[in-house]
Design a protein around this ligand. Structure first.
Ligand code: FAD
Ligand code: FES
Ligand code: MG
Length: 303
């Protein structure tokens, strides 16, 4: 069983040595979008060829590194590149953030997960919170291409954490920006303009909300009385990302689903949010320890 698992995993893996690929026209492009959020454009032609909006990759820095899932924020089939955007929140993302052009990573597996549903719904409100901007951007772009009217609500804690406003703007017919502290756009949280839009009488056919669990939960609670279908992208802890470990179990409509293969998109009105939030915190102690160890050994990387 284990050898089968390893064989399948190896098949799914796109092994990357950016040093080598750089000589044959490919290179890693790194951009610090805001102090804690970074963008990598990776040479990953196999993933780029099949990528669709809403899918993700599982990244492993080296043979001993842990696997972390990251959304495919953009891709270019012709160039053979895949863009990931990640926020530094712990040991692995901090290690990843130290990489630069010319560095290698061991694995970049994907595309994984079921692509977002793209078709003409009518008017779609896309709500992006924090680093959730990265998954929302390609979904909004593809929904716009499919003929939908896109209203985007972009939320961040403060102006200095806001990124890709232009990318979202170009995919939107209307855009509302909120910051919790009022340092930019409208002061407040994303659910306030969402509720106003629902109350305005304009027909909203679908809401797509991606961001922190608490944001997705409250967007779903906001749309529930209006009976507007609300799609969320769930982010439980994942290990293999291919449906084998069971780590990403979520409860949706009373049924157990594996977010990596049955999702990550689900009906927000049916998600057991409290279970998801609790499962996300299972390894908090170990994660804190690992991050502190990392910060001790890399004091210069501290923000
Ligand atoms: P840690 O200190 O280990 O963990 C910090 C928190 O991150 C944990 O409390 C836990 O809630 C979560 N986490 C930890 N390990 C995992 C794991 N293996 N899988 C999922 N969550 C974990 N983040 C981004 O910044 N950009 C993205 O595009 C993005 N896309 C994602 C897509 C999916 C489908 C999922 C499930 C998660 C995504 N995440 C994304 C979250 C990202 O995987 C975690 O932030 C990352 O794994 C944290 O690793 P760490 O070691 O730095 O932090
Ligand atoms: Fe292992 Fe989903 S991450 S089953
Ligand atoms: Mg970790």
């Amino acid at each position: 069983m284990l050898s089968l698992w390893i064989e399948l995993y190896e098949k799914l893996s796109t092994r990357l040595s950016l040093k080598n690929l750089r000589d044959s026209l490919f290179s890693l492009m790194k951009q610090d979008l805001v102090p804690q959020i970074h963008l990598f454009r990776m040479a990953a032609p196999a993933v780029a060829q099949k990528a669709r909006a809403g899918q993700f990759v599982v990244v492993r820095i080296d043979e001993k590194g842990e696997r972390i899932p990251l959304t495919i924020a953009d891709w270019d089939e012709k160039e053979g590149t895949v863009t990931i955007v990640f926020m530094e929140v712990g040991a692995t993302t901090a290690r990843l953030a130290l990489l630069g052009e010319g560095d290698s990573i061991a694995d970049f597996v994907g595309p994984l997960g079921i692509p977002a549903e793209i078709k003409k719904f009518g008017t779609v409100v896309c709500v992006a919170g924090g680093v959730g901007v990265a998954p929302v951007a390609p979904i909004a772009r593809e929904l716009k291409k499919a003929g939908n009217k896109i209203i985007t609500i972009l939320g961040a804690r403060s102006h200095d954490l806001l990124f890709w406003e232009d990318e979202l703007q170009s995919a939107s017919d209307q855009m509302i920006v909120t910051t919790d502290d009022g340092s930019y756009g409208r002061k407040g949280v994303v659910t306030e303009p969402l509720k106003e839009l629902l109350e305005s009488g304009e027909k909203i056919d679908r809401v797509v909300a991606i961001g922190p669990v608490v944001m997705m939960k409250f967007c779903s609670l906001t749309t529930l009385p209006f009976k507007v279908e609300t799609i969320v992208s769930l982010n439980p802890i994942m290990v293999d990302g291919t449906g084998m470990c069971g780590c990403c179990r979520v409860a949706v409509g009373g049924e157990t689903k594996f977010a990596c293969v049955d999702g990550p998109d689900f009906d927000g009105h049916k998600v057991d949010w409290d279970l998801l939030a609790a499962r996300q915190r299972i390894y908090l102690g170990e994660e804190k320890c690992a991050y502190e160890e990392w910060q001790k050994s890399h004091p210069s990387s501290r923000s």
